[in-house]
Design a protein around this ligand. Structure first.
Ligand code: CCH
Length: 296
């Protein structure tokens, strides 16, 4: 079988809201990263621990967020995971404090918290993932290689393995890459996609359409830069969303309709975090309040 059963013995909602608040408060207090927030790298960790799932793999190495296997060096050494130790270290104190929380639950909750605290939509979340051993580490090359520049490649990751539609993959990639930046010492790429990398927006879609993107003239990896400011970037895989007509119509839709963009993202990101997991009916999706909503 290619799904794993989540544990039914979970804590009440209030307990998870407490953990959410702890993570959110640390995000607010620690601003010594890049553009002033660890939020983007937490979102990337949540995506990379989930994005290894292969719906066609019924072995124990099927991947996904369930097993928390990125705590092993072997998975950290996947070249696509370079730079994510920062996010794991950021969240580690909460594993110590809430020791019954699994890594899969912690890392996905970290992503949910980061999205919401960076002005994003509410992301439904469920607990119950369990830590499994080293033999559950998924194979390398499941997470996308940014140097690939064809629709066929992007679909091989997001459709064939993860089971998302064209519209869903456009939404995931474009909202994800509104946040944060590339680091030469992690991926070899360099720079942010948008002018507000600590805010969840639909700006990626607008910039992708409106700017004139040219290959950057530098010694590093092949990437694109905007002609007007030369301060933004697009990866080869990002450019596919503009060039492939089936993808492009969704880029146009999301550039125009921010509300729809955020509603769709909330739904698809939540499902990304649950790929390969079956939750018992008794575990209802949780929706956390932001610090601001709680007057904290
Ligand atoms: Fe991504 N991403 N991503 N990404 N990503 C990178 C950084 C972030 C690809 C490649 C890269 C998604 C899809 C893709 C984030 C969220 C999402 C980097 C730079 C590369 C390379 C890493 C570095 O150097 O630190 C590729 C290829 C794809 C798909 O084709 C999806 C889906 C999401 C989430 C929904 C976020 C956030 C970052 C910024 C991290 C940071 O540290 O600022």
């Amino acid at each position: 079988t290619n799904v794993r059963e989540a544990s039914a013995s979970v804590k009440p909602f209030e307990e998870y809201q407490k953990i959410y608040n702890d993570i959110a408060e640390k995000l607010r207090e620690e601003d010594d990263r890049d553009d002033g927030s660890y939020g983007p790298v937490l979102v990337r960790l949540a995506w990379h621990c989930s994005g290894t799932y292969d719906q066609n793999d019924s072995s124990q190495n099927k991947g996904g967020s369930y097993a928390g296997t990125m705590r092993f060096q072997k998975e950290q050494d996947d070249p696509e995971n370079a730079g994510l130790k920062v996010a794991q270290d950021f969240l580690e104190p909460f594993k110590t404090k809430y020791s019954s929380l699994s890594y899969g639950d912690l890392w996905t909750l970290g992503g949910v918290c980061a999205i919401q605290e960076l002005n994003g939509p509410k992301i439904k979340w469920r607990p119950g993932r369990k830590d499994l051993g080293l033999d559950a580490v998924p194979p390398y090359h499941r997470l996308p290689d940014a140097s690939q520049e064809t629709g066929e490649y992007v679909r091989s990751v997001f459709n064939s393995r993860l089971g998302f539609t064209d519209q869903e993959m456009v939404c995931l990639i474009g909202v994800g890459h509104a946040l944060g930046r590339c680091h030469v010492d992690a991926s070899g790429y360099d720079g942010p996609w948008t002018f507000s990398p600590t805010m969840v927006t639909n700006d990626f879609f607008k910039l992708l359409l409106d700017e004139d993107w040219k290959i950057r003239d530098w010694d590093g990896k092949r990437q694109y830069t905007d002609s007007s400011t030369k301060s933004l970037m697009m990866l080869p895989t990002d450019m596919v969303l503009k060039k492939d007509s089936k993808f492009r119509k969704y880029v146009e839709l999301y550039a125009k309709d921010e509300e729809k963009c955020m509603a769709d993202f909330a739904d698809v990101f939540s499902r990304l975090l649950e790929r390969g997991i079956k939750f018992p009916d008794s575990t209802k999706p949780m929706v956390f309040k932001t610090l601001e909503e709680q007057g904290l």
